[in-house]
Design a protein around this ligand. Sequence first.
Ligand code: DGI
Ligand code: FE
Ligand code: FE
Ligand code: FE
Length: 188
Amino acid sequence: MDIENLKVDLKERLTGGRYEHTLRVTDTAIKLAENFGESVENAKIAALLHDYCKCDPLEDMKQTIESDSNLPDSLLSFHHELWHGPVASVRIEEKYGVTNQAVKDAIFFHTTGRANMTKLDKIIFLADYTEPGRNFPGVDEVRATAETDLTKACYQAARNTVRFLMEKNNTVYPDSFHAYNDLNQQVF
Ligand code: DGI
Ligand code: FE
Ligand code: FE
Ligand code: FE
């Protein structure tokens, strides 16, 4: 994978703000991979590609979900914010030949998390939540926890997100609950 070419593609596909977010997520993910003993190369590629489809037309994402047997159609009855990770996980294989299942899964689940998250899943989920441009309520606590405890930091991020969605009377995708419950059981 030629990282410089990839960055040129990302700059074309994403808005300026989204591109800058992607670079901050990548820096954050690399640090987490170094601190917690994960492949820096996989963390870097997953982070660079995690929002690859974030700015795609909704109709294109919808068609991909309908036609690709790896993508659950149930996504379509939940908020379209949930579509870009799963769709990216298939698009990046077509475009860049990314077949590494661990990388594809970390991208697929970066918005919701899931039960039994791998270390790479946790790193991308957490890098996306804690990158320095984020100012969610509670993010500083999660940043502090991420210095020492990857699983507990993911738990706090998952809990904050589910709580935030419920406060706004939004629906919560099942994988978000599965992540919350499983991380809770790992922490307590
Ligand atoms: O793509 P990013 O903005 O960098 O971050 P993301 O992929 O984590 O997407 C965040 C959005 O997704 C945020 O507005 C909250 C929303 N979200 C996360 N989990 C769920 C969710 N929305 C719904 N409706 N249900 C969920 O379970
Ligand atoms: Fe995202
Ligand atoms: Fe499908
Ligand atoms: Fe993101």
